[in-house]
Design a protein. Structure first.
Length: 80
């Protein structure tokens, strides 16, 4: 994820805050919604960097949802 103005990668507290904000924004969508799953993946990635012990359950849940929709882990494409 990058800043639209300067192109710098988000990191630290900003990256984590954006991960949580995205997750909270799309939490109300159905569990199978692709945007909700992408938001969960971003949150998992942000947690992985700053709080690795908290990232694993989020990333595992996201993987389970991805595989539950019939996608293999290798066919998931990043769209951003």
């Amino acid at each position: 994820q990058k800043c639209f103005d300067c192109g710098q990668q988000f990191h630290g507290a900003v990256f984590l805050a954006l991960g949580w904000a995205g997750w909270k924004t799309y939490l109300g969508r159905p569990e199978t919604d692709e945007i909700r799953c992408l938001a969960m993946g971003v949150l998992g990635g942000a947690l992985h960097v700053s709080r690795p012990e908290e990232a694993l359950p989020v990333l595992e849940a996201n993987l389970a949802k991805t595989l539950g929709r019939g996608e293999s882990a290798g066919t998931r494409r990043k769209r951003f």
